[in-house]
Write a protein that binds this ligand. Structure first.
Ligand SMILES: *[C@@H]1O[C@H](CO)[C@@H](O)[C@H](O)[C@H]1NC(C)=O
Ligand SMILES: *[C@@H]1O[C@H](CO)[C@@H](O)[C@H](O)[C@H]1NC(C)=O
Length: 203
């Protein structure tokens, strides 16, 4: 039997100092990433139950009528509430944009410039949305007639706002508040039928 024992390399290759250096740097970076990850995760767990909430606080149908030419005119007042229930960090909101629609037809866009909500407080935005006259095709005309008869009309409200709040000195948590709901009104007195779905908290 022939032994196939090969002679071990006796010549030790010296590791280049640069390789050591790179290895140490990589290790430090890896540890730093893990530590930052843990801190952000804990911060998130602590703060997450208090994510900012965007919701419709109140609304009113000020005008809903159509003329003989078949043009629908409407005006709606919407009070949007931005709440920061966090007691430790104030929240910044940006990219706030909502679309108000009627049967899929866009009526208006509600926007807000970036703003801050301090700790444990909230801010109301008061929108008075006046539509351009909406031409009614036969389908829409029928929907309007049925709504008038039932004294019940629904508008769509959909959009989002981007909230951001600082977690210590390390960074910030970003969070999108989404809203997608129907605003229901009694036409005769214009009163709003509150819906818990008109809140970014509703899931
Ligand atoms: C947060 O606000 C609520 C209601 O406004 C108040 O009762 C509570 O004491 C506040 N908490 C802090 C820590 O300020
Ligand atoms: C508006 O009318 C509806 C239905 O007739 C009624 O249920 C509601 O209480 C009224 N709201 C106000 C503020 O009068």
């Amino acid at each position: 039997m022939k032994s196939t024992y090969s002679e071990p390399h006796m010549r030790r290759r010296k590791t280049h100092p640069l390789i050591w250096f790179a290895a140490i740097i990589c290790t430090i970076i890896a540890i730093a990433v893990i530590v930052v990850g843990i801190v952000v995760f804990i911060g998130y767990l602590v703060l997450h139950p208090r994510v900012p909430v965007m919701s419709v606080m109140d609304a009113h149908l000020d005008l809903f009528q159509y003329d003989l030419a078949g043009l629908l005119e409407t005006q709606i007042t919407i009070i949007l509430n931005m709440k920061n229930g966090n007691q430790r960090a104030h929240a910044s909101f940006s990219d706030t944009s909502l679309i108000l629609s009627f049967d899929g037809v866009e009526i208006a866009k509600l926007v807000a410039l970036p703003f801050d909500v301090s700790k444990n407080s909230s801010l109301n935005f008061h929108y008075v949305v006046q539509s351009n006259p909406i031409p009614l095709d036969p389908n829409l005309q029928e929907l309007v007639d049925v709504s008038l008869k039932k004294d019940d009309v629904k508008f769509g409200l959909k959009g989002s706002s981007r909230a951001r709040w600082r977690v210590g000195p390390l960074g910030s948590v970003k969070f999108w508040c989404h809203l997608d709901c129907q605003l229901r009104f009694h036409i005769l007195n214009g009163s709003y039928v509150p819906s818990s779905r008109c809140s970014s908290k509703a899931k």
